[in-house]
Ligand binder design. Structure first.
Ligand code: ATP
Length: 376
């Protein structure tokens, strides 16, 4: 797929900016805090309706404005699509495809696909489980857009159940359990949908990531990715998972009453990353952790391509400089011209001349983008 152009209006630090993409690779160069990552974030939002920076819509809209908009034209094998995402400082966002408003966000997802890779991704290895859950959910949204709806349903039930637990901490255990039964059933049904899909995604992703990892590390290290759901997943049959879910809720009832929050469910899942059977967080150097993240990202690219049958976009946010030359080359060799790639950097010197010659170079300064630095 090929992103032909993007038009930002009152988005982040952009007032009004159109960009035409004229090559498979675009390098956005500029000093810190000029708007390079903001442009990549706009593309990420069109692909997933999420931002890895966890920004609220009010942060995405330009300061002092009420509405922001991202509009883009995308070419796919199936034809050309026009995507519009409208963000409101105070209010709900809306989406349109080819000029027609869509009622369901899910119908907007899956049109543009992108893998985003920034230095924040190192937190996938070093950080807590929430970051890994978010990463997996964002991937799933692209593999199966209906997942966004499933996740919303689960989170809705979870919020309601948590509110009930918090409000009724002084009820006795048996009264509380009988009143909770209706929430438990819904939590188990919606939670099971989340768990089964996460399991499926990891099963597909893990061997691809392990192969990339062996390739980059020269087969000296073995990467294993394991999904560790909060509810045991012995048999992947929905009824059995739901039953296991309810049993586990029963087991944690006293603790939930005491803590006033839900302790069982996919909001407490973990994705375990191990290298040579040691948790990756504890294993080796920063360089080895970078190899792992690079392997994950290459696996995401490959898996999305396999599922949607077209190469997704790749968004490299200030990440090339963090990789050593051999890992850089590994990445660049994989990308070639097959994946349209947007790259941000503060210095063009980190690129080899072959890359510079074949890339479109854009200069970013204070929320403006131009193709020649002379006029900045
Ligand atoms: N809602 C907003 N309204 C106005 N300006 C904003 C808004 N959100 C972010 N900015 C501005 O955008 C700039 C940050 O841009 P961005 O994150 O794209 O940096 P960058 O060019 O990628 O730099 P770095 O190399 O540091 O990542 C900051 O100056 C920030 O104040």
């Amino acid at each position: 797929m090929y992103l032909k152009n993007i038009h930002l209006r009152q988005f982040r630090n952009y007032q009004e900016q159109k960009v035409e993409f004229t090559a498979a690779k675009t390098i956005l160069v500029g000093n810190n805090a000029q708007g390079k990552s903001n442009l990549l974030e706009a593309v990420e939002l069109l692909a997933t309706l999420r931002s890895h920076r966890m920004a609220r819509d009010r942060d995405l809209v330009k300061e002092g404005e009420a509405i922001g908009q991202i509009h883009a034209t995308l070419e796919r094998q199936t034809g050309i699509s026009d995507l519009t995402l409208t963000l409101r400082r105070n209010g709900r966002r809306s989406v349109a495809l080819n000029g027609e408003s869509l009622r369901r966000q899910m119908d907007f997802l899956g049109v543009l696909n992108a893998v985003q890779f920034s230095s924040l991704d190192l937190e996938l290895v070093r950080g807590g489980p929430e970051g890994r859950r978010n990463w997996l959910d964002t991937l799933l949204i692209q593999l199966e857009p209906v997942y966004t709806h499933i996740l919303q349903q689960y989170n809705h039930v979870l919020r309601q159940r948590n509110a009930f637990l918090k409000k009724n901490q002084d009820l006795g255990l048996s009264t509380q359990q009988s009143e909770l039964a209706v929430w438990d059933a819904q939590l188990a049904t919606t939670g099971t949908r989340v768990i089964r899909r996460r399991d499926r995604a990891i099963q597909r992703l893990a061997p691809i990531a392990a192969a990339w990892h062996a390739n980059i590390s020269g087969s000296t290290e073995v990467l294993e990715i394991k999904y560790a759901p909060s509810v045991p997943l012995v048999q992947n049959q929905p009824e059995e998972v739901q039953q296991a879910f309810l049993t586990k809720i029963q087991q944690r009832a006293v603790a939930e009453l005491y803590r006033g929050t839900t302790l069982v469910g996919p909001h407490r899942d973990e994705v375990e990353l191990t290298i040579n059977q040691t948790p990756a967080r504890q294993y080796g150097s920063q360089g080895q952790q970078r190899t792992l993240v690079l392997a994950l990202k290459l696996a995401e690219l490959q898996l999305i391509e396999e599922v949607i049958k077209e190469p997704p976009l790749l968004l490299l946010d200030d990440v090339l400089a963090e990789l050593d030359p051999s890992r850089q080359n590994q990445l660049l060799d994989t990308i070639q011209d097959r994946f349209q790639t947007l790259i941000t950097t503060t210095h063009l010197s980190s690129f080899d001349s072959q890359w510079l010659n074949s890339s479109q170079i854009l200069f970013v300064k204070a929320g403006e983008i131009i193709s020649s630095p002379a006029t900045l």
